[in-house]
Design a protein around this ligand. Structure first.
Ligand SMILES: C[N+](C)(C)CCCC[C@H](N)C(=O)O
Ligand SMILES: O=C(O)CCC(=O)C(=O)O
Length: 476
C-alpha cells in the first residue's frame, strides 16, 4: 500500500510516479475524487523493515515526526473517484491516536501533495469514528448521529469502574475524587472494538464501553420520556397504560381493604402517613378533612403540605350504596401546558413563586412551602403539579407587588383545570383498583348521599420510582 509521506523517499518516489501515471490517464472528470481517511487499530509490535531501513510499528506521523511509543493505529488515506469507479490507496501513518491538530496538518499536507500530482480532490470523508485528544478532554467523533462527544480526562478518571475504584457489590465509589489531579491526562488512549481504553500516568487502566458513553451523552440535560398529555377527548386514544400517562387499573379479588392492600404490595409498599397506612374513607369525619364527608371535592392533588407529596394514590371503592360520588380525574400537565401556551407569564409566576400549604388537625400541623408547578431541575420539563385550593395557608410568601398577578395566574390555572374538556368523570366499582400519579393527575369527587366506602393508600414517590427503575420502566 501507499507511502508514509516525506521520510521514506524511495517509496515516496515510486508511489508518486504510479499516482502520476494513473492521473495522467484520466479525463478531467475522472480525476474528480474524494479523499477518504480511516483509522484502523493495530496489534502492538515492532519489526525491522529492510526495505525502509527502519523499525516499523512505532508511532510515525511522517513529516510530523516519529517517536518511540508503540503504534496502535494505522491512519490510512485513499482516493476514490466521484464520477467513475476507482480506488487508490495513497499512504498510511502509524499513530497512537492522532490529535485534531495533527489530523488537520496531515490532511492539508496530503491534499496539497495529491493536487500537485494532478487529482481534483472535491471532498474528504472520514470513514470511522475517531478519537481526538485535547489539552484537558478528549472527543469521540460521531457518537450521537453527527455530533461528537467530549469528555474531560478528569471526568473519565473519576468515573473509572474498575474493581479498585468502584465496589460492584455495594455499587459505591471507592475512589476519592479529591485525590485526582485537575490536570490529569492519559498516558495512552485508544478506541478499539467499541471500547475506550485509557492508561493513566500511574499505569492505572480505565475501560469504557462506547455505548455507555453514548447513552450518558444522550441523557445530558435533555428532556426524557415526555409523557403524552390528555384531555377527555384524547384520553381514549392513549394506548400506553402506564401510570405516568394515564390512570391505571388493576383487578382485585374481592371488595375489601385487605384485597386492596394485596394489590398494592404486589409491586410496591404502602406509605404510612397521619391518615394511617391503608385508609377507609367514608362520611364519619374520623379524620379532620372534607374527604371524610359527603361534600363534592374539586380536582386537587393530595399532600401539598408535605415536603414530598405522595407519589401514587390508590383508590378502591368497596361500597357504593349511594347517589353521586363519581370520581373526577384531570391531567394536571395538560392543564399546565394549555396555560403556558396562552399565558406564559402566568406559567412563570406559578413555577417561580413558592406558596405555603397546610394540614391542621388536633395535635397536628403540617406545612410546606413549594411552587404550584415544579420543573425538573435539569431538563426543565414538567415534574410536579401541587394544586389544592382547599389546603392553602396564609399567602405571605409573595412580594406585595406581585400578589394580584399571582392570584390571577393561580385562578387561570384553576379555570383550565375546571374546563369540561379536561374533566374526566368515571364511576369506580368494587373490584377495580385505581392507581393515580399524584404528581400529575388531579382527582376529585362528586357530592353524594347514602353509603359509600373508599379504601386505598398512598405510595411514596421514591417507592414507586424505585419500582419503575427496578423494572427498567421510563420515568419523566
Ligand atoms: C382520605 N385521604 C387520606 C386520601 C386524604 C385525606 C387528606 C386530604 C387532604 N386535604 C389532602 O388533599 O391531602
Ligand atoms: O372520596 C373520594 O372519592 C376522593 C377523596 C379525596 O379526594 C381524597 O381523599 O383526597
Amino acid at each position: 500500500m501507499g507511502k508514509r509521506i516525506s521520510f521514506a523517499s524511495r517509496i515516496f518516489q515510486k508511489v508518486e510516479s504510479i499516482l502520476k501515471c494513473r492521473a495522467k490517464a484520466m479525463s478531467q472528470k475522472e480525476k474528480q475524487c474524494a479523499l477518504l481517511f480511516d483509522e484502523m487499530s493495530l496489534k502492538k509490535g515492532v519489526e525491522y523493515s529492510e526495505k525502509l531501513d527502519l523499525v516499523e510499528g512505532v508511532k510515525d506521523l511522517g513529516f510530523l515526526g516519529r517517536s518511540n511509543i508503540f503504534g496502535t493505529h494505522a491512519l490510512v488515506f485513499m482516493l476514490r473517484g466521484i464520477f467513475c469507479k476507482w480506488n487508490i490507496p495513497v499512504c498510511y501513518f502509524i499513530s497512537s491516536g492522532v490529535t485534531g491538530t495533527e489530523m488537520k496538518d496531515m490532511l492539508v499536507e496530503c491534499i496539497k501533495w495529491l493536487q500537485a500530482i494532478g487529482f481534483d480532490i472535491r471532498t474528504t470523508v472520514c470513514d470511522q469514528r475517531c478519537l481526538s485528544l485535547y489539552e484537558n478532554y478528549l472527543e469521540l467523533d460521531r457518537v450521537e448521529g453527527d455530533t461528537s462527544a467530549k469528555f474531560h480526562y478528569f471526568w473519565l478518571r473519576d468515573h473509572c469502574r474498575c474493581p479498585k475504584c468502584y465496589n460492584h457489590v455495594t455499587n459505591q465509589i471507592n475512589n476519592d475524587v479529591k485525590t485526582i489531579p485537575f490536570n490529569i491526562r492519559p498516558k495512552f488512549c485508544e478506541e478499539v472494538e467499541g471500547k475506550l481504553n485509557i492508561t493513566w500516568p500511574d499505569e492505572h487502566k480505565t475501560e469504557y464501553d462506547i455505548n455507555l458513553l453514548k447513552k450518558l451523552i444522550s441523557t445530558r440535560a435533555k428532556p426524557q420520556n415526555v409523557p403524552v398529555h390528555w384531555d377527555v377527548e384524547t384520553l381514549k386514544s392513549i394506548t400506553d397504560n402506564s401510570i405516568t400517562s394515564k390512570e391505571y387499573f388493576e383487578n382485585s379479588d374481592e371488595p375489601t381493604l385487605e384485597a386492596t392492600e394485596k394489590v398494592v404490595r404486589h409491586t410496591t409498599r404502602v406509605s404510612k402517613t397521619i391518615f394511617g397506612e391503608m385508609w377507609e374513607v367514608n362520611n364519619n369525619l374520623e379524620v379532620q378533612d372534607t374527604a371524610y364527608t359527603t361534600v363534592g371535592l374539586d380536582a386537587h392533588t393530595d399532600n401539598t403540605y408535605f415536603s414530598e407529596a405522595s407519589g401514587l394514590m390508590v383508590f378502591h371503592l368497596i361500597e357504593r350504596n349511594c347517589k353521586g360520588g363519581k370520581t373526577l380525574l384531570v391531567d394536571g400537565f395538560n392543564a399546565i401546558s394549555n396555560l403556558k401556551r396562552v399565558d406564559r407569564d402566568a406559567f412563570n409566576l406559578l413555577t417561580t413563586n413558592p406558596i405555603e400549604s397546610q394540614y391542621i388537625a388536633t395535635d397536628t400541623h403540617f406545612t410546606s412551602v413549594e411552587p404550584v408547578i415544579k420543573l425538573h431541575p435539569v431538563t426543565k420539563q414538567l415534574l410536579q403539579i401541587r394544586y389544592n385550593h382547599y389546603d392553602r395557608a396564609y399567602l405571605n410568601t409573595i412580594p406585595f407587588d406581585s400578589i394580584m398577578d399571582y392570584y390571577k395566574a393561580y385562578i387561570k390555572l384553576g379555570e383550565e383545570i375546571k374546563k369540561p374538556s379536561n374533566e374526566y368523570w368515571l364511576q369506580l366499582e368494587p373490584g377495580t383498583v385505581l392507581f393515580l400519579d399524584n404528581w400529575r393527575i388531579l382527582h376529585g369527587r362528586g357530592e353524594y348521599s347514602g353509603n359509600r366506602m373508599l379504601t386505598g393508600c398512598y405510595v411514596t414517590r421514591r417507592d414507586w420510582t424505585c419500582a419503575a427503575n427496578r423494572e427498567g420502566l421510563p420515568l419523566y
